[in-house]
Design a protein around this ligand. Structure first.
Ligand code: WT7
Length: 645
């Protein structure tokens, strides 16, 4: 391991409002030694409750049972909006920056309130009540946040589906959660290109008989088809509605949202998050991890279709009464300077993005950065995948002018909020390390025998005790929740990641240890891509693995075996790529397809992915033991024809 450069806490963070190392240690100790007192204090400080809890927490990790603030009552939209109105009615809640640099909007807390209430009333008028599921398939426009908050206001459970997913993927998610209402837009706009959201929704809804209402925001006024019995213009529906709406009183453990994420087997799972614990940890981490200070402008570049958008564009910042920036576009439109120009335009203080974006912009060169000032920046953040030290250093030096700490936040859809992360005023940084656990988080590394590794070492990353924003279930299939997260190591939550702990107790995530890919920070199951490929009548078998990719982190490498008598061709390759895009979406399109006359299998017929990963990574000198293969000659064949030499 090369020498690690340590970046101490900058002097500018040694002020009374930022928590320091002693403060972190004291709070961390209390959070694990006396969790009930700790979390009760935090819950009272960060949230407004309509009725107190009778018990702070109760959990049984063997059964995947987790509950926080039992019997406590609160409403998320009230916490994100109404309670701020006395002090902040005119403060900007949302800065919206359009795809076109000339388009923006500033939405005050009062306006946010009125918009959310109107939509909440409209949802109720369409029959939506507490517990109903509403699917949100939207571009990054303010209405996407209104939709989430309106659901929360009436107690409906939202299921946001990323706008880049295909009609097929959308349909699967609508059916799995039995959503009866869908909120979408005519079209989205990204990098000057139109995304046919309503047309996609129409295709999906053709097979979703229970959807009685599709609410459509007019974004581009592009031409769309219309089902007079099912479709409603958003602006028509809200026009008749009052700007006040009584929020539903929710139990702390009532569901807030479902968000689908990929695992190593089967279709994506509907990760279920609930109300009180989720909101508390989203708000607390937003405050402590970004060192958010009153009056600051905060920008997270994620899409609301991912958990990062849920927790760190909408729920965390708004609970804290912050100004949060919602960006419709992409980092490279109109040019590679866009992020830095938006930072100057809106005087962004805290900026949170993904390593893949940093690497892509680093590749575009420093000139795009240097022509902007970025003097407003104070804290930088990254999320989604391990950040390589080279990209970290560039982010630190060139974007932050060696002035802004970088918080490398490790967490997952299932964890709901940050788990391993630096706090900018407290924890010295090491490029590439997510550093130390957030309050209440008790990580451990398990060896091959399932024993805890002590001190410095490496192993599978697990969490030993329940935390407030923890996954509560897999929607409609609690057994799958237990099987996926709690059965590998009984008594622990298993993350699916490997990690190393150094002499200072810092964690270094080494990546997934299961069959989950991380492509540009997007999570994908190899099994999902394989299922799409084998739908083609000429395909007999497919095996998909990740391989190192300079910008994306991981690329998708697919080995495809054809039915006997079928011949490989470029035409067929195109058909296969199109099939994956149709079944899942463009984010799942394989980078490389290799025709494989056979796949390396054990004598019991199990595909040896380890070998396929090595060939895809062009690491053929370290294939390891191939003697257990049913037919070792398959490997020689694959090596000769590998596509990544
Ligand atoms: C997986 C979770 C959490 C929001 C975005 C992704 C990887 C996430 C980091 C990080 C190294 C990271 C892990 C994790 N990951 N953040 N800072 N360093 N790896 O959420 O789609 O649920 O994916 O992303 O492998 O398990 P997700």
């Amino acid at each position: 391991m090369s020498e690690v450069h340590v970046y101490p806490v900058p002097d500018s963070f040694k002020n009374s409002s930022s928590i320091d190392l002693e403060g972190y240690q004291a709070m961390y100790d209390q959070s694990v030694n006396d969790p009930d007192t700790f979390w009760a204090e935090q819950a009272n400080q960060f949230l407004t409750w309509q009725a107190p809890w009778s018990q702070v927490t109760k959990s049984d990790l063997n059964k995947g049972e987790v509950a926080w603030f039992i019997d406590g009552k609160l409403n998320v939209s009230l916490n994100c909006i109404d309670r701020h109105l006395p002090a902040r009615a005119d403060q900007v809640a949302i800065i919206w920056e359009g795809d076109d640099p000339d388009e923006d909007q500033f939405i005050s807390y009062q306006e946010l309130h009125d918009q959310v209430c109107r939509l909440a009333n409209a949802l109720r008028a369409r029959g939506v009540k507490k517990g109903d599921r509403v699917c949100i398939y939207m571009p990054m426009i303010p209405e996407a946040t209104y939709a989430m908050l309106a659901c929360a206001r009436v107690g409906a459970v939202h299921s946001v589906v990323f706008g880049g997913f295909s009609p097929e993927a959308l349909k699967d998610r609508i059916l799995d959660a039995d959503c009866q209402v869908v909120i979408t837009a005519d079209e989205g706009l990204r990098g000057g290109k139109r995304v046919p959201l309503k047309a996609n929704a129409d295709t999906a809804l053709a097979n979703c008989p229970n959807v009685h209402t599709c609410i459509v925001v007019r974004r581009t006024a592009g031409s769309i088809s219309w089902d007079g019995a099912r479709d409603f213009w958003y602006h028509d529906l809200i026009a008749k509605q009052a700007a006040t709406c009584e929020p539903e009183v929710m139990d702390a453990e009532d569901p807030l949202f479902i968000l689908y994420t990929s695992g190593s087997t089967g279709k994506p799972k509907g990760v279920l998050h609930t109300t009180g614990g989720y909101l508390l940890q989203a708000a607390m981490t937003h405050k402590y991890v970004f060192d958010y200070q009153e009056g600051e402008t905060y920008w997270c570049t994620a899409d609301v279709g991912w958990v990062t958008g849920h927790s760190y564009i909408v729920y965390g910042p708004l609970t804290n009464g912050a100004t949060t920036l919602v960006f419709e576009g992409i980092p490279t439109y109109p040019d590679a300077s866009r992020f830095w120009q938006v930072i100057d335009k809106h005087q962004v203080n805290i900026f949170y993005t993904a390593p893949t974006a940093i690497r892509a912009l680093m590749g575009a060169g420093d000139d795009w950065v240097k022509k902007t000032a970025r003097t407003s920046l104070r804290v930088l953040g990254t999320v989604g995948e391990p950040i390589n030290p080279e990209a970290w250093e560039w982010y630190y030096r060139v974007i932050g002018d060696s002035r802004c700490p970088i918080v490398d936040t490790w967490w997952q859809t299932e964890t709901g909020a940050h788990m391993l992360t630096p706090l900018p005023g407290a924890i010295a940084l090491k490029p590439g390390s997510a550093t130390l656990p957030f309050f209440g988080v008790q990580p451990a590394l398990l060896d091959a025998e399932g024993k805890e590794v002590q001190g410095a070492g490496e192993g599978n990353l697990v969490i030993k005790a329940a935390w407030p924003s923890q996954i509560r279930s897999v929607y409609g299939d609690h057994q799958r929740c237990i099987d996926t997260y709690y059965s590998t190591y009984p008594g622990y939550y298993f993350t699916g990641d490997g990690a190393r702990r150094d002499e200072d107790g810092y964690y270094w995530i080494t990546g997934r240890v299961d069959d989950v890919l991380n492509v540009s920070g997007h999570r994908m199951g190899t099994a999902e891509v394989e299922s799409a490929l084998v739908l083609h009548e000429k395909v007999a078998e497919a095996a998909v693995v990740g391989y190192p990719h300079d910008i994306k982190g991981q690329g998708i490498y697919a080995y495809v075996t054809l039915m006997s008598g079928e011949e490989p061709s470029d035409e067929l390759k195109k058909e296969l790529l199109a099939l994956v895009v149709k079944e899942i979406g463009a984010i799942a399109r394989p980078d490389i397809i290799q025709w494989a006359p056979g796949l390396p299998k054990t004598r019991s017929g199990k595909i040896m992915r380890r070998i396929l990963r090595k060939i895809a990574a062009n690491e053929i000198d370290s294939l390891g033991d191939t003697s257990t293969l049913a037919d070792p000659s398959v490997v020689t064949q694959l090596i000769e024809n590998r596509a990544n030499k």
